[in-house]
Design a protein around this ligand. Structure first.
Ligand SMILES: Cc1cc2nc3c(=O)[nH]c(=O)nc-3n(C[C@H](O)[C@H](O)[C@H](O)COP(=O)(O)O)c2cc1C
Length: 198
């Protein structure tokens, strides 16, 4: 059995809503950690979320189990209703949120680290328990966010494995999110084939 040689640090996959210069909300999935009582977000450059976070405008961490928001952000579907709740930017599906205040930046040319304190935290809906299809959609979303870094063979084999869970445990939301991601992978595959023929 293999052991994992890693100093473990829990990462939670959330939806970050930041505010653009013109006031429109920007929705993007991020993995966040807690370090020394602060929330750490590390966006790769270039990133609209990073620009918005550095500007000091409003930013809110949304914990949601609507995985369509994750898949949608990666496939050009970011048009979700965002409510302004006393300064916090909230999705309709959000279970809990934290509005953020930028405290510290560790700059880096590739991936700066931004540390935030919580301005406000609120629980809105109960956590219903783990759903494996939701986890599968989040996993495929991560792969789709790295389409140009991974081989199509790796993506295809992971997608086949994850699809078993989708077939067993998905409801309509997960099926819809899954279909958007599969379409993105297939478009990428077609593009690769076209490049090889040309
Ligand atoms: C579950 C999940 C976690 C992610 N976490 C990160 C992250 O920690 N840092 C990052 O730069 N991108 C992350 N991504 C990819 C970004 O969401 C994606 O690149 C997004 O478009 C950010 O760019 P933007 O701020 O310009 O919208 C993640 C994607 C998914 C699906």
């Amino acid at each position: 059995m293999s052991t994992i040689d890693k100093k473990s640090e829990k990462i939670n996959e959330i939806i970050l809503i930041t505010e653009c210069e013109d006031g429109t909300p920007h929705i993007a999935p991020f993995g966040i950690r807690e370090r020394d009582g602060l929330i750490l977000i590390a966006p790769f450059r270039p990133s609209t979320s990073l620009d918005n976070l550095l500007s000091g405008r409003r930013a809110t961490v949304n914990a949601t189990d609507d995985v369509r928001v994750f898949a949608g952000a990666l496939t050009g579907r970011r048009n979700w209703l965002v409510e302004d709740r006393v300064g916090a930017l909230i999705l309709q599906s959000t279970l809990s949120y934290q509005s953020l205040k930028l405290e510290k930046v560790e700059d880096d040319v590739q991936r700066p680290k931004l540390y935030f304190s919580k301005l406000k935290e609120e629980m809105l809906k109960p956590f219903q328990g783990f759903n494996r299809a939701q986890a599968a959609v989040v996993e495929l979303s991560v792969l789709v966010s790295r389409l140009h870094m991974l081989s199509i063979e790796k993506i295809t084999s992971e997608m086949e494995y994850l699809s078993i869970t989708i077939k067993k445990t998905a409801s309509d939301n997960e099926l819809e999110a899954w279909s958007w991601l599969v379409e993105a992978v297939e478009n990428h595959r077609t593009q690769l084939l076209g490049n090889n023929i040309a």
